[in-house]
Design a protein around this ligand. Structure first.
Ligand SMILES: [Zn+2]
Length: 299
């Protein structure tokens, strides 16, 4: 993996960033973002700008687009060099990064740049940090957790039987393949349809083990899947290979990240933070994570 210094050297100018986006976005030649064709797409005099003259697209007057059209960078007034630096910091900050920290690092303490600019850039990156890791195979652990409200400071064992959570609390469900990928998402409630549906959508049919706690929402899984339960309510945490330690490890990383780094995470943005932490976790061993991110941020 590149160091921050190497990264900044590689992307020292906006032009370098744009060339990189072109290479990742259109590996086999520039395509029109509107009609997705390469034919009749012509470069304009201004660098990194093209026009599509396909009849049913831009026609005779042409549809003009740039390297950033239909990407997370679209219409930005901030230089791409800054965007890239923030993307790098988010990729490498294991515990997450607040927009204030980003602002301090990128713009300097007294640049006068609006913190909302940094906040916006971070959120655009988070939106790009998607990518489906499922279906999960092998030994999979599933668990749900609550973010916000007063529950977040309680020990996990006290937090169990809360049901759907009270005001201000948001439920997040996650599944993790041991030593593999995690899939996590915000859910509206913790009823059987939601929990059972999530598991069936997320794990592969050939999964070897699904370990959960005794939440009744998982009770129907055993009808068709190798489901085993560890009864946290009875002080049971590990029964042979049945435990939820890996997913709980991910939750604690996530919670420490959003409590420690983000002073306030509103419900509306929680899915973006879930994206960020799952993406970073899933790319922990991927030296090309940033390149892959540039590919997905323009699709
Ligand atoms: Zn076109």
């Amino acid at each position: 993996m590149m160091t921050y210094e190497q990264f900044n050297k590689a992307f020292a100018t906006d032009e370098a960033c744009k060339e990189y986006i072109v290479a990742k976005r259109w590996p086999d030649g520039v395509r029109c973002p509107r009609c997705n064709r390469k034919e009749r797409v012509y470069a304009l005099k201004t660098p990194f700008r093209w026009t599509c003259c396909n009849k049913d697209c831009g026609g005779r007057s042409g549809y003009r687009f740039s390297v950033t059209t239909h990407t997370i960078f679209e219409d930005t007034k901030v230089s791409l060099r800054i965007w890239f630096q923030i993307g790098y910091l988010m990729w490498t900050a294991k515990k997450g990064l607040s927009s204030l920290q980003v602002r301090r690092v990128i713009f300097g303490e007294d640049s006068g740049t609006d913190w909302r600019t940094a906040w916006y850039i971070c959120h655009r990156w988070r939106a790009a940090m998607k990518g489906d890791a499922f279906p999960l195979a092998g030994e999979v652990e599933v668990d749900e957790t609550f973010i916000g409200g007063k529950e977040r400071n309680k020990h996990a064992s006290q937090r169990k039987h809360i049901g759907t959570g009270g005001a201000g609390k948001v439920a997040v469900i996650g599944a993790i393949a041991r030593k593999g990928m995690v899939v996590a998402k915000v859910i509206e409630n913790t009823d059987t349809a939601t929990l059972d549906g999530f598991v069936r959508q997320t794990v592969s049919k050939g999964v070897k083990l699904i370990a959960t706690d005794e939440h009744p929402g998982y009770r129907l899984l055993a009808n068709s899947l190798p489901h085993r339960v560890v009864r946290h309510g009875q002080g049971e945490y590990v029964v042979g290979t049945t435990h939820t330690n890996s997913i709980e490890g991910f939750w604690s990383l996530f919670k420490r990240g959003i409590i420690g780094s983000y002073h306030k995470v509103s419900k509306d943005y929680l899915p973006l933070y879930v994206n960020e932490f799952a993406w970073r976790f899933n790319n922990r061993k991927n030296p090309n994570a940033f390149a892959d991110l540039i590919t997905t941020c323009s699709s």
